[in-house]
Design a protein around this ligand. Structure first.
Ligand SMILES: [Zn+2]
Length: 222
């Protein structure tokens, strides 16, 4: 498993539509006190065990059911329904500490299964991921949605201070993401859109490359 230091070439995260956007994904994580989701013996399993905050997913199990609806308990170390062993690559790429971060992730198998699984925050590209977070922020601020992902997405978008021109482009050119498709009542809301996804604009590429440079490794946040 390759974790931490990103690829030498950050440009690999700037996926090209219909070319490099079918392997690897982006996933939003929340930062929490490790002691709230790791066990004492997990210090061996995650390098950020002793950090003040560590990133994990949004699945939470209570009274025999996960907040995504599954009756299978999520993995406590990932906060998702996959384990650390399922991950072949994981890098912090857009850092919005202390709220959360967008990570680049590669899974050993069945990425499409997890991409379309309910409660996951996975997308194939960063333009889709940013649109997904902006939609959750809208749901939180205008539709009274107070799910953890809605609250965290709002905090992330506010912390990142994405230039308005970029946000406008995402809203006008990137097709609806899962939140909006769900609100439209679509039964295929969890599937990747069939509509054409535009390649990143030069302005967004430049903004992202700057974010990649600033993103801290796991365990490096003070
Ligand atoms: Zn779940």
């Amino acid at each position: 498993m390759s974790i931490g230091n990103p690829f030498g070439d950050h440009e690999g995260y700037l996926k090209t539509i219909n070319n490099t956007d079918n392997k690897g994904m982006f996933i939003t994580a929340i930062f929490d006190d490790p002691k709230t989701f790791m066990n004492g013996y997990d210090f061996k399993n995650r390098c950020d065990y002793n950090s003040r905050k560590a990133a994990h997913g949004f699945h939470k199990f209570a009274n025999g059911i996960c907040n995504c609806g599954l009756t299978v308990e999520p993995n406590n170390l990932t906060g998702n329904h996959f384990s650390l062993e399922d991950i072949s690559a994981l890098f912090n790429v857009v850092d919005a500490y202390p709220a959360g971060a967008i990570l680049y992730i590669e899974l050993n198998n069945d990425e499409d299964f997890y991409l379309t699984q309910r409660g996951n925050t996975l997308t194939r590209t960063l333009q889709e991921q940013l649109r997904f977070l902006i939609e959750w922020k809208y749901a939180h601020e205008h539709l009274d949605n107070n799910e953890q992902i809605a609250v965290t997405a709002t905090e992330i978008i506010n912390l990142l201070a994405i230039p308005q021109s970029i946000q406008n482009w995402i809203l006008s050119d990137v097709p609806n993401e899962k939140v909006n498709r769900f609100l439209e009542g679509r039964t295929d809301a969890l599937q990747r859109t069939q509509e054409a996804i535009p390649d990143l604009t030069e302005e967004l590429k430049e903004w992202l490359l700057n974010q990649f440079k600033q993103a801290k490794n796991f365990g490096e946040h003070e």
